[in-house]
Design a protein around this ligand. Structure first.
Ligand code: CUA
Length: 327
């Protein structure tokens, strides 16, 4: 009976561990210089913790099985156990960890020459992404060149959020009135999921973003495309959509550069169809995703600040036709 209980517990633990191995980004799969450094510190913490656990558990087992001291005199008096095991060993372990973590923290904050500066503003519940030198404003997608140091300036104009891309770097909070910085250096091309790691309200869980690391030439091309004004609509349907966007409430909250839509409350839509996802990760940026998101943003994202826009099916179709051309 006892063996069966033990097997049940073991099976449950195995299932829990298996749940860790899905597609969720992990700090133990580092893809950037800073993440490699943090993973190294994590493994050192784990290794030392495991070593201390094994030694202490071994001593407990020895104490339980050896019997009383009076029956079998010990070579080590009790006072020496306390000095060595309670003071000396913890002092050495904690001093080692202090040196390693303080050194890593200082390195992660060190500015590099010619670092690319990106500004990220935490919104409810999405991310505004700015490239000040290029005059680019986008949302929920951060592109970085591979192998180059990037400084991300993090601010919030509402409440606290936390910017976390587990595969690239540690998390850093976005605090109103307190600009913070995070440095990342991606070590290869790839896409990395990021998320808000500080509870910030009803849609905290749907405040995701993507970091796209790409070779320098691809990054430059992307930045040039993002800096351009919005494309002119290609046909009558998209033109009708454009007219609806700039004349309806859409343009009051969103900017489409090159048109009269200059709102600043919601994400910049100038190149919205070039992004992978809509609504900070709740829908794909394809026709079905746009129809779902623009048609009723409260369905995939209850509590979203985007109001329902009263559009007929035909108007919605025209608006989506236009948005799909904003590449
Ligand atoms: Cu923003 Cu949680």
């Amino acid at each position: 009976m006892r063996r069966r209980s033990a097997l049940t517990v073991l099976a449950a633990l195995t299932a829990l561990l298996a749940a860790c191995s899905d597609d969720a980004p992990s700090v133990l799969s580092p893809n950037g210089d800073e993440a490699h450094r943090l993973a190294g510190v994590s493994w050192l913490l784990f290794g030392l913790g495991a070593l201390v656990y094994v030694v202490v558990a071994g001593l407990v087992v020895a104490a339980l099985t050896r019997g009383r001291r009076a029956e079998r005199p010990s070579r080590w008096p009790a006072g020496r156990w306390i000095v060595v095991g309670g003071i000396a060993v913890p002092a050495v372990v904690l001093a080692l960890l202090a040196v390693v973590t303080v050194d890593a923290t200082a390195d992660l904050r060190r500015a590099a020459d010619d670092e690319l500066v990106i500004e990220v503003v935490g919104k409810r519940w999405w991310w505004e992404v700015r490239y000040p030198d290029a005059g680019v404003v986008t949302a929920n997608e951060v592109h970085v060149p591979v192998g180059e140091p990037v400084r991300i300036d993090l601010v919030s104009d509402n409440i606290s959020h936390s910017f976390w891309v587990p595969e690239l770097a540690g998390k850093v909070d976005l605090v109103p009135g307190q600009p913070n910085q995070l440095r990342v250096t991606a070590d290869g091309p790839g896409e990395h999921l990021g998320m808000c790691a500080e509870y910030c309200g009803i849609q905290h869980a749907n405040m995701r973003f993507l970091v796209v690391a790409e070779p320098r030439a691809d990054f430059d091309r992307w930045l040039d495309e993002q800096a351009a004004d919005a494309a002119e609509p290609s046909g009558a349907r998209a033109t009708r959509g454009r007219d609806l966007v700039v004349s309806s409430s859409c343009g009051g909250c969103h900017t489409v550069r090159g048109t009269t839509a200059t709102g600043r409350l919601g994400p910049d839509l100038t190149h919205v169809a070039s992004r992978a996802r809509l609504g900070a990760g709740v829908a794909d940026a394809d026709r079905a995703g746009f129809l779902e998101w623009v048609g009723d943003p409260h369905d995939p994202k209850p509590g979203v600040l985007m109001p329902d826009v009263p559009l007929t099916d035909d108007q919605l179709d025209a608006v989506v036709a236009y948005l799909l051309e904003l590449r």
